[in-house]
Design a protein around this ligand. Structure first.
Ligand code: CTP
Length: 403
């Protein structure tokens, strides 16, 4: 299943390190090429010799080789840069609080951490710790930082802990870690042949030449959706309002300003589309009579009013004209959240609605993380806090299950 895949396993110093033997056996049985890195304290919990025999490779612990054995101080093939670039995937298990805290603060005082900072591959952290350490606000903040840095995180499980206490903190079982590793490779092309339109960012509705009404959307969620769909093989058209985000490799990007322009670009690109995902925060209001030039202040009274009208509801329009494509909308709700989102699902004829509540910490505009509930006509799935890239993949996973 993992033939030819290069998996780097980083072990830090926790009692759960004993479970890594089973993980390495599973990886080897699946034909993966496995190398193991250990922090110096991890060797107190499990022998490097055991991990070396199981992985079939040397185990790397120190920055420097033993000079007397190799006659060189640094062996290029065991340097952090080499190991980082060698890996197709880096899994850090167990990831202690110490290692996680250093990882989010740029501390590289051992080979494992230095390798992490040189890494270009996906990285999965698998924390293990005592319950009270886990629920400490600093730990939770560091977990959020890991996610916002784009790392994957397998949340600890509930059960008996090495301390004798019971609670959350146990490292995920080797089977769970193995399945997550498999899914990283399996999802690569499951959207091949699909054309997906993703909208992103806010729209600007101009009042005069220099002033507009808008909202604080950063466009990050839509861009992560476009990136994830493209990585999974889809042909992606990203229609974006004004945002400060760079282009995405292999994604056709069309920049628009207003809601009207966004709708017309969607219409132009709709032929052959399999899915439209409206993650844009389309501005709801536009001035009835925008002024061409800049309105001079001396032409205005101290108090004045501007007439606004509603912009076109793009999602509603697409729901009414839905033929041959699936339609996914977003709902920002702060009260009666699920009921309101479900109402939008029905009235706008959607296949799925992604609900988020900006009042929840870690959700909403301008964050790197999100907390969403995926709602379809038959299901409601509340996801834990995760990076926007992970949310994007969760939405695409759900989409693939809907036939
Ligand atoms: N949307 C749209 N056109 C608009 C406004 C919103 O297509 N003029 C889409 C957004 O892209 C999003 C969904 O509608 O997918 C829901 O946006 P939201 O702001 O939550 O809801 P609204 O329908 O605007 O209703 P309300 O603001 O009353 O909640």
């Amino acid at each position: 299943m993992l033939k030819g895949k290069k998996i780097l396993v980083g072990v830090s110093g926790g009692i759960a390190a004993y479970k890594i033997c089973t993980l390495i056996r599973l990886l080897k049985k699946a034909d993966a090429d496995v190398r193991v890195l250990m922090t110096p304290s991890a060797v107190n919990f499990i022998s490097p010799l055991t991990l070396s025999v199981l992985s079939g490779n040397d185990v790397h612990i120190n920055f420097f080789s033993d000079v007397s054995e190799t006659n060189t101080v640094i062996n290029a093939e065991t340097s952090h840069v080499y190991l980082a670039l060698w890996a197709d995937l880096f899994v850090i298990a167990p990831a202690t609080l110490n290692t996680i805290s250093k990882a989010v603060n740029g501390i590289t005082d051992n080979l494992l951490l230095a390798t992490l900072f040189s890494s270009r591959s996906p990285v999965i952290f698998v924390p293990a710790m005592d319950h009270d350490m886990l629920v400490h606000p600093v730990t939770q903040k560091n977990f959020e930082s890991l996610l916002s840095l784009g790392y994957d995180l397998i949340q600890p499980e509930e059960g008996e802990l090495a301390s004798g206490l019971t609670g959350y903190g146990r490292m995920a079982e080797p089977d769970t870690i193995f399945n997550r590793i498999l899914s990283k490779f399996e999802t690569q092309t499951d959207l091949a042949g699909k054309k997906i339109i993703v909208t992103a960012g806010p729209t600007h509705e101009y009042i005069d030449r220099v002033r507009y009404i808008s909202n604080p959307s950063s466009g990050k969620m839509g861009f992560e959706l476009a990136r994830a769909a493209s990585v999974r093989g889809a042909n992606v058209v990203l229609i974006s309002g004004p945002v400060g985000l760079p282009d995405i490799q292999d994604v056709k990007r069309i920049n628009v300003v207003s809601a009207d322009e966004m709708l017309s670009k969607i219409q132009e690109n709709l032929i052959g589309t399999d899915v439209v995902i409206m993650s844009a925060a389309v501005e709801d209001l536009k001035p009835v009579s925008p002024v061409k030039e800049k309105i001079k202040k001396d032409k205005l009274n101290d108090r004045f009013s501007i007439d606004f009208e509603k912009t076109v509801d793009i999602l509603h329009y697409l729901g009414k004209h839905k033929e041959g494509f699936k339609l996914i909308g977003f709902a920002v709700e702060t009260e009666n959240t699920v009921d309101n989102a479900r109402r939008k699902l029905e009235t706008k004829n959607l296949d799925m609605i992604v609900l988020n509540n900006p009042n929840e910490k870690g959700a909403g505009f301008r964050t790197d993380t999100n907390i969403v509930t995926l709602i379809t006509s038959s299901e409601e799935l509340k996801l834990q806090i995760m990076s926007k890239y992970q949310v994007a993949n969760a939405i695409l996973d759900k989409l693939l299950l809907m036939r």
